[in-house]
Design a protein around this ligand. Structure first.
Ligand SMILES: [Zn+2]
Length: 253
C-alpha cells in the first residue's frame, strides 16, 4: 500500500479511491435502482476550487448543475434548487453529490496540498482554512471592507462561527472545521430539497455526501463517503414544501 494511503486511512479509516468509488455508485444506481444514467441530472455542491474536478462524477455524468460555492455550501440556495428540480429529464432522476474537501500532503499533513504544476504547498480547502484562521483571531468577527465582493467567504465564516469552540478545541482544527462544513452542507441540502420538493419533475432524489481528500497530482484522490440516500419526493412529508409564488419567472426557472 502506498504511504499516502496509510496517511489518509489514519485520518479517514473508511476513505476509498475517488474514481473507483465513482464507478461503484454509478453501477449501484444503474443496477439496484434501475436508473437510466442518461436521464440523471447531476448536481454538485462542492467548493468551486479547481482541484475538485478530479474526484466527482463529471467524467461520466454530464451537465452538472453547480450549486456549490466556497467551502462547498450550496450557495445557489432555494432558487437554485427549484431551477434544478425543473431541469430533470422526463422520467429521469436527480443525483446530488455534495461535501467539503481537504488536502493532505505527502507527509500526511491535513489542510494543505501540492497542486498540479506547483512545487509549493497551498491550503485546501483554502476557504475553510482561511475561516479557521479568522476563528482563531481573538478580535470579533472579521468584517470585509467590501462585503458584496466577498459574500461567499463572509457567509461561510458566519456559518462556522457557532461551532468556534468545538473547532478550536479539537486536536486537529483543520480536520474539525471540515467536519463541521460537511454537517452544514448536508443539513442545508436536505433543507433545500424539502423546501423545493414540489418543484421537482421527478420522484427520486439520490444524495451522495462525502469529504473529498485531495492528494498530490501523482496520487489518486480519496473520498470518505458519509451519506448515500434516496429521497422519495412523493412521501416526503417531513417539511412543507414552499409553494412557489404565482410568478411566471419563478415557475420557468
Ligand atoms: Zn475549497
Amino acid at each position: 500500500m502506498e504511504k499516502i494511503t496509510n496517511f489518509i486511512l489514519d485520518h479517514y479509516s473508511n476513505a476509498t479511491n475517488g474514481s473507483e468509488t465513482t464507478e461503484m455508485y454509478l453501477t449501484f444506481l444503474e443496477k439496484e435502482y434501475n436508473c437510466d444514467l442518461k436521464k440523471i441530472l447531476f448536481a454538485t455542491s462542492l467548493c468551486c476550487d479547481d482541484i475538485n474536478i478530479s474526484t466527482n462524477f463529471r467524467k461520466v455524468l454530464t451537465r452538472p448543475f453547480a450549486m456549490g460555492g466556497l467551502g462547498g455550501l450550496p450557495f445557489s440556495g432555494f432558487t437554485g434548487m427549484v431551477a434544478y428540480g425543473h431541469h430533470i429529464p422526463d422520467d429521469g432522476d436527480a443525483f446530488i453529490f455534495y461535501g467539503p474537501h481537504i488536502g493532505i500532503t505527502d507527509d500526511g499533513v491535513l489542510g494543505k496540498m501540492r497542486r498540479p504544476g506547483q512545487q509549493h504547498l497551498t491550503n485546501s480547502c483554502g476557504a475553510l482554512m482561511l475561516a479557521l484562521e479568522r476563528l482563531k483571531e481573538t478580535n470579533e468577527i472579521y468584517i470585509p471592507s467590501s462585503h458584496e465582493f466577498d459574500y461567499q467567504q463572509t457567509l461561510l465564516e458566519r456559518t462556522m462561527m457557532p461551532f468556534k469552540q468545538q473547532i478550536l478545541a479539537a486536536e486537529l482544527p483543520g480536520k474539525e472545521i471540515t467536519e463541521v462544513a460537511y454537517q452544514c452542507i448536508d443539513k442545508q441540502i436536505h433543507y433545500l430539497i424539502g423546501k423545493a420538493s414540489a418543484e421537482f419533475t421527478c420522484s427520486r432524489v439520490f444524495l451522495l455526501g462525502a469529504v473529498i481528500i485531495n492528494t498530490s497530482p501523482e496520487y489518486a484522490d480519496y473520498v470518505d463517503i458519509r451519506n448515500f440516500e434516496m429521497i422519495d419526493l412523493q412521501s416526503l412529508e417531513t417539511m412543507k414544501s414552499e409553494s412557489i409564488l404565482a410568478n411566471e419567472a419563478f415557475m420557468n426557472l
